[in-house]
Design a protein around this ligand. Structure first.
Ligand code: ADP
Length: 161
């Protein structure tokens, strides 16, 4: 049986931390689906198609990784994809509160879906999309936090504003 995992998130935008988790997951599972959330109640800087494009470009060298978008209940999406595993990244202890709550809810909604937490390399511990957006908004270079493609997109986005 193929082990399929879904890595859901906003990816607004994709950071080197997200990519680190994607690479780790791709070594453990047969197939990894990066699920870009399309949540109308959340305000994003990048549109769904822009966020997908950034992931697409970053996963080109990873043949067992795909990108997709979803809305609605995450566990239903996982089931539709015939996956049993949800990947989430854990950076610091403060992530745990929210991530454990989410995992516990998802388990109640569907006990067959297992959440697996992966830890990024140390250099990505303090990296968050929100910080990257703020740095870009203030006009600083973001190359150390994101791929060159995403850095260009951030520049264009905030120059245009
Ligand atoms: P969400 O809105 O679902 O939290 P994010 O795009 O912010 O979406 O994060 C998706 C997942 O990636 C979460 O599990 C988050 O903890 C994890 N993550 C975010 N940044 C990093 C990072 N620098 N290193 C490892 N995991 C990360």
């Amino acid at each position: 049986m193929r082990r399929i995992a879904v890595y859901p998130g906003s990816f607004d935008p994709l950071t080197r931390g997200h990519l680190d988790i994607i690479q780790r997951a791709s070594r453990i599972f047969d197939h990894v689906i990066v699920g870009v959330s399309n949540n109308a109640s959340k305000k994003h800087v990048f549109s769904v198609s822009e966020r997908i494009e950034m992931v697409e470009e970053a996963i080109r060298g990873l043949p067992n990784v795909d990108v997709d978008t979803f809305s609605g209940l995450l566990v239903d999406y996982v089931k539709r994809k015939k996956a049993r595993v949800l990947i989430r990244g854990l950076r610091v202890v403060s992530d745990m509160d929210y991530e454990f709550q989410l995992a516990s809810f998802n388990r109640r909604l569907n006990k067959e879906v297992e959440t697996v937490f992966l830890m990024p390399d140390d250099q990505h511990t303090y990296l968050a999309s929100s910080m990257v957006r703020e740095v870009a908004r203030l006009g600083a270079a973001t190359d150390q936090f994101v791929t060159p493609f995403v850095a260009r997109r951030l520049k264009l986005k905030f120059r245009a504003k």
